[in-house]
Each structure stands twice: as C-alpha cells, then as structure tokens.
Design a protein around this ligand. Structure first.
Ligand SMILES: [Zn+2]
Length: 377
C-alpha cells in the first residue's frame, strides 16, 4: 500500500476477506509499520482510511501466469474472430512480428510492467514466463515483493535440447516453462523433469492444439510451425495424442502449473484432481474470453477437486495485468461459483501453490500489509 504514508493506520471496508475466517463485515485492518497488527470491529489507530460500503479488501493478489516481456503492446492483438472464435494460428504470426519489431524490448517491457498501477496496487507475486534471451541483470528490482520468472523453453528438435537447458541454468529462475505441445519435443520435456524444478506449460489451450495432437500433426497450427521451420516434423515433436500424455509426465515435477487447460476432458480433470498437491491449472479468464473459446469448465474442475489459480496472460490477449479484474470477470462469467472461492484462486490458493503462504495469501497479524481492493460488483 504505497499510497499510505502513515506508519500506523486502520483500513476499513464493507467486507474484509482475511482467508482465515468467514468474511468480516464493517471491520478494520490495523497496520503498524507495514505489518498487520490486528483486524477489529472498531479502528485501533487514529489515522483511518474507510473505503466504505462498496469496497471489499482482500489479501494482495498472486498472478499465476503472465508474459511481462509483451507489456510494450498497447492493446490485445487485433486478430479477426470468425464465428466468435479467434484462431491461435492467426494470432501467433502478428505476435512473432511484434517480437521482431523495434517496439519490442523485453527488459524495458518487464520494467514497465512492474510499474503499472494495477500491479503496484494489488500484487504480491507475479509468475512470469521470460524468454531465455532476457538479461535479468538489466531488469530493475521489482517494487512488488516477489517476481517468479520461469524461463521459456522452446525446442522441437532433440539436437537443440542440451543448449536450451544449459541456457536455462545460467539464469536465476524460479522454474522453467516448456512452451506448448507443438514447440517442445519429448527429449526437452524429459530433460525438464530431470531438472526437478517448478514447471509451467501451456496445455489444452485451443481446439487447434487438440486437432494437432489427435491427428498427429494436422490442422492450422502445423502450418504455423512449418512456416517457422520447413523441416518441422510432428512425429518427432508430439508426445502423444492428448493432453493427458503431457499431464502424466508433468506430474513427476515437484510443482507444475498447467496454463489454460481450456479443453481438458473429464479424465484429464480427474487426473489433475488426483495430483492436486503438485498440479495446478491456471485459468486466464479474459484471455480465454478474447479467443472466444468454449465455456471454461470451472465448475466441473471444482467439483472434481482440481486446484485452480488465476492468471492474466499477456497484454497480447488481455487488457491489463490485474487479478482483481480477473476475479471480477470470473464472478460474472461463473455466477454459480462462490465469491470466496474465486477470491482464493488469486490469493491463498496461488500463494500456497508457489510456496509463498508463509507470508502471503491471508490478512492476519504479523503478515505484510499488502492488500487488494475490489469496489462494486
Ligand atoms: Zn501464456
């Protein structure tokens, strides 16, 4: 709460969601020197910020998936939708074009993202896929408490694997991110598992990806890959016929984040639920909406017991980097899901999945005074 200059204050709101008890109505969080001292029905400090009847205060948010390197984009890519659906195969070429343009500078984009208003005002941690070319030393220290960089790994030929893994070990990374089924060969995935670090992978994102897997290399995504490399050979890249083949391998990593999972089937969701201690799915609501994918199986995931987190994805498919806005959007899209559950996706559940729940994810005495605010509904 950088706006609060006083070292002792009480912050009040209609609802305070501590994640330690049921929501507290008309309560105050009392803060001393940047640390929560207590939560009480009456303000304990003389300086009082009352956010009023429209406001809900939550613990600071954890963004479980983004690509800050793309934060130089002013708006999501302008790709036409056909019958309400945007094609990944149509979206990837302008993205690659942006990455090759003068407008793209990964270090500057990450630094600028750290200073965005919505990030500063609500985030305690951001899990970020970074290209291996990003020079972490050139990125200024983030003003948010925790930056979790995952090195992006792309190799569709086994000859590239050793070099990529060596590159990834040079940087100080939280984990690695084998990009997606069409861009990583089985040898790379095996090497990733052997490294025994947290993993984030895009999986079951689009119908085109499922088609590529099911047909062993058919559909529009194949065209994209063939354009990138005329020697692209699906049979040497694809691990299996369905996302489950990937999940079974990723389950061997100490912690794996399945990005999107828009098109996981029941068997795959049950597999995720059975491995919920180490496998989480990251729902990116507004990015999902941008592409116009089928309704997200959120209710089913929760019924099965899948651990769900929230991500914004990048500014190439999302209007901003606010998890509070993702929560708001999720509540509108999935009114059947309890509010408290949605709030936990982006706070306590995510903090636990990233091993940060000793500091973040709750509002309680002794924890840093980092909060997120949700006004209106
Ligand atoms: Zn992504």
């Amino acid at each position: 709460m950088s706006a609060f200059t006083s070292s002792r204050y009480s912050a009040g709101a209609k609802w305070i969601h501590t994640n330690c008890s049921a929501p507290l109505e008309n309560h105050f969080i009392n803060v001393v020197d940047g640390v929560v001292d207590s939560v009480t029905a009456k303000p304990a400090q003389r300086t009082v910020f009352d956010f009023g009847s429209e406001c809900q205060i939550l613990p600071g948010t954890v963004n479980a998936h983004t690509h800050l390197e793309l934060s130089g984009l002013p708006a999501p890519l302008d790709v036409p939708a056909v019958a309400g659906l945007r094609s990944m195969a149509a979206w990837i070429p302008p993205l690659m074009q942006f990455r090759r343009s003068e407008l793209y500078n990964a270090e500057n984009a990450v630094a600028a993202a750290f200073l965005r208003q919505e990030v500063l005002s609500e985030s305690v941690a951001v899990a970020d896929i970074v290209p291996l070319t990003l020079n972490i030393q050139n990125v200024p220290a983030p003003k948010i408490p925790v930056w979790l960089p995952f090195g992006e790994l792309i190799a569709w030929k086994k000859e590239q694997v050793k070099e990529k893994m060596t590159e990834a070990s040079r940087c100080r990374l939280t984990g690695v991110s084998p990009h997606a089924p069409q861009t990583v060969c089985p040898e790379l995935l095996e090497a990733v598992i052997q490294r025994n670090v947290p993993v984030a992978m895009h999986l079951a994102e689009s119908p085109e990806e499922l088609e590529l897997l099911q047909t062993g290399g058919g559909g529009a995504l194949f065209g994209v890959m063939k354009n990138a490399d005329p020697d692209y050979e699906p049979k040497n890249v694809l691990l299996g016929k369905r996302p489950l083949d990937y999940l079974q391998l990723l389950a061997h990593s100490p912690q794996a984040f399945i990005i999107h999972g828009n098109y996981l089937d029941d068997e795959e969701l049950r597999f995720l639920a059975a491995h919920r201690e180490t496998l989480s799915v990251v729902y990116c609501p507004r990015s999902h909406h941008y592409f116009g994918f089928q309704k997200y199986p959120l209710k089913k995931m929760l019924d099965f017991g899948v651990r769900v987190l929230l991500g914004t994805d990048s500014l190439a498919s999302s209007p901003d980097l606010s998890i509070v806005n993702e929560m708001r959007f999720t509540l509108r899209e999935h009114p059947e899901i309890p509010v408290e559950t949605v709030f936990r996706f982006g706070t306590l559940d995510a903090a636990a999945a990233f091993g940060l729940n000793d500091r973040f994810g709750t509002i309680q005495a002794g924890r840093p005074a980092r909060f997120a605010f949700l006004t209106g509904r």
